[in-house]
Design a protein around this ligand. Sequence first.
Ligand SMILES: NC(=O)c1ccc[n+]([C@@H]2O[C@H](COP(=O)([O-])OP(=O)(O)OC[C@H]3O[C@@H](n4cnc5c(N)ncnc54)[C@H](O)[C@@H]3O)[C@@H](O)[C@H]2O)c1
Length: 480
Amino acid sequence: MNASTGHAQEPSFRESVDLMFNRAVAMMDLPPGLEEKIRVCNATYTVRFGVRLRGQIQTFTGYRSVHSEHMEPVKGGIRYASAVDQDEVEALAALMTYKCALVEAPFGGSKGGLCINPRDYEEHELELITRRFAYELAKRDLIHPSQNVPAPDMGTGEREMAWMADQYARMNTTDINAKACVTGKPLNAGGIAGRVEATGRGVQYALQEFFRHPEDIKMAGLTGKLDGKRVIVQGLGNVGYHAAKFLSEEDGSIITGIIERDGGIFNDDGLDVDAVHKWLGENGGVKGFSGGTYVENGAELLEKDCDILIPAALEGVINLSNAERVTAPLIIEAANGPVTAGADEVLRNKGTVIIPDMYANAGGVTVSYFEWVKNLSHIRFGRMQRRQEESRHQLVIDELERLDDAMGDRWSMTPDFKQKYLRGAGELELVRSGLDDTMRIAYQSMREVWHSRDDVTDLRMAAYLVAIGKVAASYRAKGL
Ligand SMILES: NC(=O)c1ccc[n+]([C@@H]2O[C@H](COP(=O)([O-])OP(=O)(O)OC[C@H]3O[C@@H](n4cnc5c(N)ncnc54)[C@H](O)[C@@H]3O)[C@@H](O)[C@H]2O)c1
């Protein structure tokens, strides 16, 4: 039984991830026992702690699961949601192992969760709860710069990461690397430029890379580029909002549908993503937004005609009860596990191309990796190179100025260009180009397997093969 789909014939989230894993390892030649070692979750810690709120003690339940320690520290977000359970964090921790391997972020996989609806609490209450949860994890090295490094996920963001990092630092006053215990922190608390939007940015870069390959576009039955493509997004939170915003503002895609908790809105001419986001922030739902037609059952929009479907909210939303009716030819899994193993099979049989979660939402952990490195090196990206770059750029500017004189009225260099060029690459530019490179290289590693093996018919299978191969190589090299 799957708790998120409520469908009796569907496996749980963790079983679903395991089924996908099993499908891939069946095609690999791993030594006996190693496949089981990689698949299982090493450990899951459950904690129950009390916090005195509104005059009485409330007890909270939290988890931190460590899937694989073939590389350390292990890494993965902490989510705040009422229905989090052990099965869910173990599934998410496993996905983190494969995701990190695929994008070559040198971490094992982990994930955490706290059973809480954050909207039920005031900010100062959330701070008390978060600090206590962080204390419980940190005293067992489940928050630690070299052991286990959390990050934001559903229901958490920069604010919660800053509280957790501060809690760790208070408990470890002599640890010079304390800031590296958590990523996704605000910029003024040791964060890195571009982390907030990194996962959504990664979804955009993943789609840009997909649309650079005519053969792949054809596999999805599409033509052309991202420009003009009709996109439906589920979940306008951190990941969904940034992906939708960048795709519509920078790639010319048209966001024709947005699905939120309280229903969905659609407009075939396109929705104004920022306006919907503002409305959602002010009203807690999409109902009443004047720029689109509202439907109470938002899940209906998962089935509506579009070119690209971006589930960016929760797991299990495309399952055996609706997969047959999902018409989008291309699905990019911005959320973790939005398509169950059963639905995956239905969609594969229909020829739907799915860009899998472990790749599609890897932008977050990639930029988290940059943040962790920045914290350990104690220097902002780009700061050391600035002087050297400036002198190199000055040579180019001198040449361009000579050209400017020689061209007379036919061409002139704008002062703006000169300023921008001389400033060189700052932290944000370095983060973006590092993320873009990562998303391109990882996509190419999957597509090479996808296109070179007759028995590999989909990108998810290719992603698992690449990722498991890397984890296995790591175990082979250093032993268990
Ligand atoms: N934040 C990250 O950096 C990150 C990184 C990798 C993967 N992810 C994955 O992306 C997904 C979304 O994470 P997020 O950080 O954007 O979370 P978030 O909390 O910022 O946003 C989630 C959004 O989904 C909406 N939502 C919740 N239930 C819904 C439902 N039943 N139908 C429609 N909308 C619903 C919420 O209202 C919210 O707007 C999760 O699966 C998460 O694991 C997040």
